[in-house]
Design a protein around this ligand. Structure first.
Ligand code: UDX
Length: 441
């Protein structure tokens, strides 16, 4: 096998795997992408990205007929083809529990291992609780026909919406390895990134696993910190956006991830901090991360507070009111609605008797699958028509750039809740709107 340019397989072609597969082809590698979902594989093979990720469709189209890229549902084919196998399957939160559901990771190892009959490196990229890699290594070794297969763990830090950029130019690479050989294979698999100066941190399995959850815990804590300050601002008449700007100028604090509002959602931050709490409990170190429970609670309180702000604008009851909800995705530039604060708020208003009309530039299809009972429309104008309250819950550019005078002509009443603190209150109030926001007077 060539250490120069190992052939790669990517197992699991969701947001992480599909992006990884296509970017590695762009960087010159030969790649086979595998998924057990035949529909997904069919669409990717046709050059179609099954989700919204800016820049990815263009890259996939560019390589649609490139012989260095193919997709399959066959583990045998992937094992036969590749020298380095990346496991990119999801680890969602278990229903009714805090811990991560590892069934897809286990299934990937169980399905791949029996076909690994020559020297190969298997690389876990999925976010997993500490201790999983060691367990997967045992599982793999019990199933592979040769002893020549090794495991590594290489957490992934890409952000949806910026996935292509983050994959091609990561800010660091973390290699959890047990041997020099494994490290060399990973260095060969990430050669273009290493050549451009990306720092590489070589470590053991447990540290590699923890780096990912520690990073996400820090980010979640930073967001909940500023949202906790928003609660205090509300009690004192202060403005959290000015406060965040002022403290962010301190380089030790920084402005990034200090945007207050409806809080974090998505397929990573919420479930990763919960899985961390669960795993810390099993390890007997619950106290070390008990603050993460508070981080989660502060985050969820923002959703309840957003409901209250709207309620205040409809005189105490949502019953019989028409509410325009702008945004369904958990953040802009994504169609992902997993644990979306926007959809959560929309569903709560509907349960309280409000007629909710939702518009999102890219996430309607996914939102409808999760909440089929809600009303979705195809344009911003349709959503605003006759609305008693407009709620901006995901900060797409289309919403940030609304002209209060223009959209004021569409709504029934000029009431707005700015759930992401992205509008200029002075401008909206001057145009005759009653403006409410989280942590701002
Ligand atoms: C996150 C991590 O950033 C990434 O490194 C990891 O690999 C996966 O999880 P992602 O889920 O794509 O990525 O979204 P991110 O951009 O981190 O935003 C997470 C949530 O926090 C969003 O709901 C966003 O709206 C919210 N957020 C972010 C804030 O509320 N305020 C901020 O200042 C920043």
């Amino acid at each position: 096998m060539s250490t120069q340019r190992p052939r790669l397989s990517v197992i699991g072609t969701g947001y992480l795997g599909a992006t990884h597969a296509v970017c590695m082809v762009e960087l010159g590698y030969e790649v086979i992408g595998l998924d057990v979902d035949t529909e997904k594989v069919g669409r990717l093979a046709k050059g179609e990205v099954p989700f919204y990720e800016p820049g990815l469709p263009e890259l996939l189209t560019k390589h649609a007929t490139n012989p260095r890229l193919r997709f399959t549902t066959s583990y045998e084919e992937a094992a036969e083809f590749a020298d380095v196998h990346f496991i990119c399957v999801g680890t969602p939160q278990k229903k009714g529990e805090y811990s991560a559901d590892l069934r897809y990771v286990e299934a990937a190892f169980t399905s791949l291992s029996p076909h690994l009959s020559r020297k190969a490196l298997v690389v876990g990229k999925s976010t997993v609780p500490a201790g999983t890699a060691a367990r997967m290594e045992k599982l793999m070794r019990s199933l592979t026909p040769t002893k020549d297969v090794e495991l590594a763990w290489n957490p992934e830090f890409l952000r949806e919406g910026l996935a292509v950029q983050d994959t091609m130019h990561p800010d660091r690479l973390v290699f959890g390895v047990n041997s020099d050989w494994a490290e060399q294979q990973l260095r060969a698999a990430f050669a273009p990134m290493i050549e451009e100066g990306t720092p590489v941190i070589v470590t053991d399995f447990a540290t590699a696993e923890l780096v990912k959850v520690a990073a996400n815990s820090f980010l979640a804590t930073k967001i909940s910190f500023i949202n906790a300050m928003a609660e205090v601002c509300e009690a004192t008449g202060a403005d959290v956006t000015a406060l965040a700007d002022a403290i962010g100028h301190d380089e030790r604090i920084g402005h990034r991830f200090l945007r207050s509002g409806l809080g974090f959602g998505g397929g990573c931050l919420p479930k990763d901090i919960r899985a961390f709490i669960a795993r810390a409990g099993e390890l007997g170190v619950d106290q070390a991360v008990s603050f993460l429970r508070e981080v989660d609670e502060i985050n969820l309180r923002r959703r309840a507070r957003t409901l209250e702000l709207g309620l205040d604008l409809v005189d105490g009851t949502y019953r019989g009111t028409r509410i325009a909800v702008l945004g369904a995705a958990f953040k802009p530039n994504s169609d992902d609605v997993r644990d979306s604060p926007a959809l959560d708020v929309a569903a709560s208003i509907e349960r309280r008797g409000g007629d909710v009309v939702i518009y999102d530039p890219h996430a309607i299809e996914n939102a409808r699958r999760v909440h089929p009972g809600l009303i979705y429309v195809e344009s911003l104008e349709e959503a605003l028509l006759g609305a008693d309250v407009t709620m901006l819950l995901t900060e797409w550019d289309e919403f940030r750039s609304m002209d209060p005078a223009v959209v004021g002509k569409l709504v029934g009443q000029r009431n707005i809740v700015d759930g992401r603190n992205v509008l200029d209150p002075v401008r909206w109030r001057r145009a005759g709107w009653r403006y409410r926001a989280l942590g701002r007077p």
